[in-house]
Design a protein around this ligand. Sequence first.
Ligand SMILES: Nc1nc2c(ncn2[C@@H]2O[C@H](COP(=O)(O)OP(=O)(O)O)[C@@H](O)[C@H]2O)c(=O)[nH]1
Ligand SMILES: [Mg+2]
Length: 366
Amino acid sequence: MKWFRRQEKHDEAEELEAIEVDEAARAAEEATDEAAEVEPEVLEEADVEPEEAFEEEGDQETASWFARLKKGLTKSRENIVGKISTLLTMHGKIDDELWDEIEAILIQADLGIHSTTRVIDSVRDSVERERISDAEEVMGLLKSELTRILKTEAPQTLDHTAERRIYLIVGVNGAGKTTTIAKLARSFAKEGQSVLLGAADTFRAAAVEQLDVWAKRMGVDIVKHERGADPAAVVYDAIHAASARRIDVLLIDTAGRLHTYVNLMEELKKIKRIAEREKGDADLQTLLVIDATTGQNGIAQARLFNEALDVDGIVLTKLDGTAKGGIILAIHDELAIPIRYVGVGEGMDDLKDFNADEFIEALIGS
Ligand SMILES: Nc1nc2c(ncn2[C@@H]2O[C@H](COP(=O)(O)OP(=O)(O)O)[C@@H](O)[C@H]2O)c(=O)[nH]1
Ligand SMILES: [Mg+2]
């Protein structure tokens, strides 16, 4: 540990002296030309095929966000509402067995044991107190209890008012960090804000290229170093470039896996420390990206990231790929970190601010 700290100090000093700002993709007009020059094998290595994303985008522009959210949550809706409705109809009476079965459905939909117990206890109380025997009324109570949990316990939302913002995007490999950055960059740019990307996932072979491809497609500037470079140096450069140009939003991509988990956390902590130190008047927020399909394991990961990095908000991706959208309640309940954005597809318009009412309506609405 001592050795590590010394080494780290040494590294920091070194990297801060040797700063080399890479301002590739400087102007939006150049972006398309440059994209054409990207080596074919680089494009192949990237996880996202940009052409596909842009084809998709055309169709999606027309569908409203709510329609996409609802479509994305179809599997979860069927898994929760569909199953409970069928159960209520088939079972015919309200007894212990019915509650046990509803409980099993909610647990299986990844609500987590704590949220599930609270939902069941509260609904059961009302049903017994008000002598309810109608299946539809029971369903109605379940929906309002789920809404209540998501709404009343939603921790405060993030500060959106700061003039200049830095988002440090963290999470395990494949969670959707880079895609989320592309989606956010596009949405901020659409609002007329200036955006810069920082490619601090220098560990994985295709990571810088993947971000670079997105940047070029969107005509957004990127700060990057060589693959394998120290990510903290990239962060330092990116923050200074953003500050010098008074960029509204800096989005920093980070690694999701290193040789060991401890290495990864130490690296991310170091990045965050440097960002805190260098941010100037910008507001720094750490957003943790969680893949909704990873279920309770995703929650365990989130706990570890939060312990190390004190996460400000969560981006829950791939809700379209899971029947277990109930995870959103477990996240609320067990992590008490605000859910900031939800992703329901690979398209550029498939990520939006999280809104509890809208989400519940899409998940369990009629
Ligand atoms: N279906 C779906 N796929 C997503 C979503 N967000 C990201 N992905 C896909 O997940 C994969 C990994 O994403 P990437 O951004 O490279 O993850 P990273 O390793 O955390 O940077 C890619 O194929 C993305 O297209 C989402 O909301 N829904
Ligand atoms: Mg990535």
